[in-house]
Design a protein. Sequence first.
Lengths: 464, 464
Amino acid sequence: MYKSIGSEDISFFESIVQERCFVDLESLDMYSHDETEDIFILPEVVLKPSSAEEISSIMQYCNEQNLCVTPSGARTGLSGGAIPVHHGVVLSMEKFDKVIEIDEQNYQVTVEPGVITEVLQNAVKEKGLFYPPDPASKGSCFIGGNVSENSGGPKAVKYGVTNEYVLNLQIVLTSGEIIWTGANVLKNATGYNLTQLITGSEGTLAIITKIVLKLITHPTHDLLMLVPFMDSEVACDAVGAILRNGITPSGMEFMERDALIWTQEFLNDRSILVEDNHAAHLLIEVDGFNPEILMSDCTKIMDVLEQFETGEILFAESQAQKDALWKLRRSVGEAVKANSIYKEEDTVVPRSALPALLNHVKRIGYKYGFKSVCYGHAGDGNLHVNIIKGELTDKQWNEELPIAIRELFTEVVKLGGTISGEHGIGLVQKQYMDIPFSEKSLDLMRSIKAVFDPKGILNPGKII
Amino acid sequence: MYKSIGSEDISFFESIVQERCFVDLESLDMYSHDETEDIFILPEVVLKPSSAEEISSIMQYCNEQNLCVTPSGARTGLSGGAIPVHHGVVLSMEKFDKVIEIDEQNYQVTVEPGVITEVLQNAVKEKGLFYPPDPASKGSCFIGGNVSENSGGPKAVKYGVTNEYVLNLQIVLTSGEIIWTGANVLKNATGYNLTQLITGSEGTLAIITKIVLKLITHPTHDLLMLVPFMDSEVACDAVGAILRNGITPSGMEFMERDALIWTQEFLNDRSILVEDNHAAHLLIEVDGFNPEILMSDCTKIMDVLEQFETGEILFAESQAQKDALWKLRRSVGEAVKANSIYKEEDTVVPRSALPALLNHVKRIGYKYGFKSVCYGHAGDGNLHVNIIKGELTDKQWNEELPIAIRELFTEVVKLGGTISGEHGIGLVQKQYMDIPFSEKSLDLMRSIKAVFDPKGILNPGKII
């Protein structure tokens, strides 16, 4: 396995990053986990380099010395990608916190990976530009983590996910070499697509040190509505009906009854009245440049919704009300976490299969005795299934639940879907990779990993 | 090297594809070239399999026997990707000609690689759906070739290139295994992105046998205008100015004076009067769902154009006139080809660098004594540089021109660009891959190639 870190290693690291080398317990503890359930594994040292050259020296040394390295961003991940499973070095990217250049001529931004996604969004918005992908954790997650996980978020239904915006990456290889994966261009047919291979590779192939992203013009107007449904599967059906009528909302978020109620309690915000017969809600946003067209889009959406049984539709009347509704939606994950021990599955299917997926979730829950709270990006067919520990025994939780999850993922793949839409595989979904992929596909991935990291020192124990 | 094909090999192939095995000279000749300049290399046999299983048997056999295999689509490529450099087997995908399923619920289509791109577009348009990427050769190229080359086309400025639409691929590996690269979903964070690795890999990693593409709602209206400029660099400047004013046209095509005049002659279409002082034209299209908004977009474009010196702007007044204008643009490549021996370079830069790129092209042409005709997708910064043989001697053409091209590509990379935007590297640009990529990056690509094709039997001699 990997070598343990000794005092001579620490001396070397200090020669590279000076005082940004940490071995105190508080630091080690802080980097022992991300937002994934209750998993804590201590690293042996935390390094906070501030340049690609420092990382190059560190990687070359660790590769030679057989020390394992786990890259770490804002630790908001939900699949355990930043957990140092084999201890060793945590390489925190937090000092890479600069928006290097906003290129207004070409609608591009060059940014370091440790910039908070919302900070990046605000910086480009000041120039009238828009970087759309915004995971629920946008106020705390790093753009480098978003690229590594190929993050999505509510706007993906209209604007796509992170990888559709990544034009070029500067990366440090395990050998210490620093390369660019592509060019700063909108179209590129020059060799294998290393940019897209690194994007979504969860920090297992290389360390990302600079990111060039495509931007678009920032929309000037949006409208937001919250629609209660008496039946969750009907809410999912409505999503497809809206899209098939030629409207592409900039958000179509699904929340089961408990997701909304638990979040209201968590935030102590009772502004929305959830009636007894409300089984689920859709939060629907349209955005664009022309208020009249947006109103007309909303009217069309209302027309479509008339085919379905809904409660009274709430239109947000102020920016404050929009912010409050989005805060409710964005806080569901935290609220569920605060309520119970849970496991979150990040299922994704072709969106017309959403009602069937929801049905499978509940059926399997009934069979294995667990309760679930579901919410997510219905427009993309991406359903977050939160399985609640509640009254389950530790034995049920640890031994039976993996069987239930396997059954759920098998149904997901049968529906044409896969086991992660935007959270990544990391540590906690690794055991299920044989469900979406054949052994041969996994072999290809293992071989690609070996191309970039022959000794397996970079983020070991993840994905495959 | 590779084994030559003998009668026992032919017997095996006939046992798999029956009468779809060809060794007659006419067939061999037909598959000896694509649309790339004047390169002809005969294969030893042409196979036309009709199922993934047939391809699996062929690949397994060729891999064991060390026979090389060159996949072949509609042979409209411009980088020599389909030329059987080492002879051997040409694997024509023309029997894979079915649109398998148009999924109107999920806005997806499953298609075989041998379907002509325009046939696919028309099939989905009947359902109100839109597959946007449309290379100039859309009436004859195959969708499988588009995926293999990551093709672009005029609409890329608004709608993106092929890889943004590829959700999932069925591929046959050199070992004969048949796998799917992903899932039929809009977002996917499950393992390494094999789908994007195969897309644009120019038939060097695997044989694509099924393609699942994302579709969008088909726009209902469009407007088209042709704008003459007195100065080519000013035309390029105007492109950036339009985009910076928040308009995203669905096409922004640049044509130098000679490109338009040669094409008029080639098509015998003199409907456009090119004045003596017209140095270049922009063909600008807007599309959408609301005619009033499109008119307003055109008015905004006219306002922007007032800052520049232009000739009289032509608005297409009928579908026939739109078709004629697009035909002119789409025929430039063929017209140049008909006019002279030429070489086409597929340069791409951040679009604000287009005027500088054009300037470099002309300066290098002056230095080395060649004339060039430039045209392309100005909205994406993608300039096709057609170098005309004209009066150049064979010695100049064969010995000096590569030096000039190297000088041009070096400038392109300095401008932040790269050496192919949409045509691929194939055979003819391979010698320049050291300009955009470091030796380490090329090594990574070679190693990825070896993962998929350890014996190097698949489309040898291409990319790297």
